[in-house]
Design a binder for this molecule. Structure first.
Ligand code: SAM
Length: 471
């Protein structure tokens, strides 16, 4: 049945192929010759197949794992430098008609506060986010065609892009809403969204159906084929993810990489990002009832393997994870993180009881300023850049630049300029001091002299109050 180019979920995520892959991985987990050959291929930085990645995941040899971690870190540096892109989620509405058993927004939860932001409230949330320094958002909403129809999401996007408060601006709006029609994806594209993000939750069809017992999300094929419809609707940056803890992680890794292979085979471009959420405690959700929870070590191994399997794909870790876990993950290939997130509707402006509408507990509760300072202390370059998508460098155009490492001559100066904006407009004095020093050092890493010169000029214009330069 397995057919990477098929448009049918059950053929491109074929259960039989995943089971064969897991058996092959188990049988070969100590096959030194094969493991060496897979690592040698990984070192070429052209990625690995789901089978090869599964063998690495099955292998329990500590020495090999250390080698894998070092390679993952190096590959991240080769393609993405030391830049880490920052974003924040914005919860628009927690009305939902689905019954996802791991999510407190499920329709049968009668005691959680239900809330949908008005356009005025969206405005206030966005101003609060701009005042922190955010430039990139991920919109989040439950699925409810009456309360949150596509027109509502489109109105919110329009409102968000229209707000210019002081020097603030949201320059890229990514969207994480339920699977929808080609026509709606087209509307989202026209509204100027960046990435369309949709987590698969689990690739295991039977578990998927049990975990989503009722509501439109119950339909495994409709959900799994969503990215194909999004691409048909003109969205060429799509973000995949699995909610780790629901199913066996080995099954999920194989499924996730098969999904990436399918997108590449059919549309000529793989996923723009992959997220790695783990189930968290929430209103009426106890993560320990899901038996497939993974510990921090397995989590780290999964991140490193995804990084080497799809070297050009951005990888996202959210504030679901603690500072400690995020720090480890940053050294294994993560390229984007959220900061100062609120997972409640109205959470950025509500003074009282924002936890009433919260989707899940946030582990990393630091301010954006603290996160930025921490990143710089760890040797990373925080970036608020949104230029690629605004310059039309999306989909395969972005991937080509990334593969040829040309991205270094636009992303790096863009990171420096957007960090400079952050430092001038929002940073505390210690963060600013550290950042200014970093910018001077990082300027030397721009390889093209001409680009370096122009970047320097832009930096001085930013100092004088001008904004929004980009390569
Ligand atoms: N309604 C959209 C959908 O169905 O895809 C958007 C989903 S929700 C706002 C974003 C993601 O949060 C979900 O896809 C799910 O993976 C994750 N999520 C739900 N409950 C969670 C929990 N208890 N802990 C951690 N993540 C959770």
């Amino acid at each position: 049945m397995y057919n990477v180019k098929s448009m049918k979920a059950e053929e491109f995520i074929d259960h039989g192929e995943i089971m064969d892959t897991l058996a092959y991985a188990e049988a070969n987990k100590n096959n030194a010759e094969l493991l060496d050959a897979i690592m040698a291929k990984a070192e070429l930085r052209k990625g690995l197949s789901h089978r090869e990645a599964s063998v690495l995941l099955a292998c329990e040899d500590k020495e090999r794992q250390e080698k894998l971690f070092r390679l993952a870190e190096q590959i991240k540096k080769d393609f993405y430098g030391n830049r880490i892109v920052l974003f924040a989620p914005l919860y628009l509405s927690n009305y939902c008609i689905n019954h996802c058993v791991y999510c407190p927004y499920h329709a049968t939860n009668k005691h959680i506060g239900r809330k949908k932001l008005t356009q005025e409230e969206v405005r206030r949330e966005v101003i609060a986010l701009q005042d922190m320094g955010h430039k990139r958002l991920a919109l989040e909403a439950g699925e409810d065609p009456i309360n949150n129809p596509i027109e509502y999401i489109l109105d919110c996007i329009k409102t968000i892009y229209s707000i210019k408060h002081k020097n603030g601006a949201i320059r890229r709006v990514n969207v994480n809403i339920a699977a929808t029609t080609v026509e709606n994806y087209r509307k989202l594209k026209e509204a100027g969204i960046g990435t369309y993000i949709l987590f698969q939750e689990t690739y295991h069809k039977e578990s998927y159906e049990q975990l989503h017992p009722k509501g439109p999300k119950h339909n495994y094929a409709y959900h799994t084929e969503a990215m194909d419809r999004a691409m048909e609707g003109g969205i060429d940056d799509v973000g995949l993810g699995v909610l780790f803890g629901l199913e066996r992680y080995k099954y999920e890794l194989a499924g996730l990489l098969m999904h990436a292979e399918h997108l590449e085979a059919v549309h000529g471009v793989g996923p723009h990002t992959i997220s790695v959420p783990r189930i968290k405690r929430a209103d009426d959700i106890d993560p320990s009832v899901f038996d497939n929870g993974i510990d921090d070590d397995i989590f780290a191994k999964i991140i490193a393997i995804i990084r080497i399997a799809v070297p050009y794909t951005g990888m996202i870790i959210s504030t679901r994870e603690s500072q400690k876990v995020r720090e480890r993950a940053l050294h294994l290939g993560i390229s984007q993180i959220s900061g100062a997130s609120r997972t409640s509707v109205g959470g950025y402006t509500e003074e009282e009881r924002p936890e009433d509408t919260q989707q899940f507990d946030v582990s990393d509760q630091r301010t954006l300023d603290e996160v930025i300072k921490w990143l710089m202390e760890l040797g990373f370059l925080p970036s608020f850049c949104t230029a690629c998508y605004r310059e039309g460098r999306t989909g395969d155009r972005f991937m080509e630049l990334c593969k040829s490492k040309q991205i270094q001559n636009c992303c790096h100066p863009n990171a420096l300029m957007t960090l400079k904006e952050y430092l001038v407009d929002y940073a505390s004095a210690p963060t600013r001091a550290l950042g200014e020093e970093l910018i001077q050092k990082e300027l030397l890493n721009i390889t093209k002299a001409k680009v370096r010169e122009v970047c320097k000029q832009h930096l001085s214009h930013i100092e004088q109050g001008e904004r929004d330069f980009r390569f």
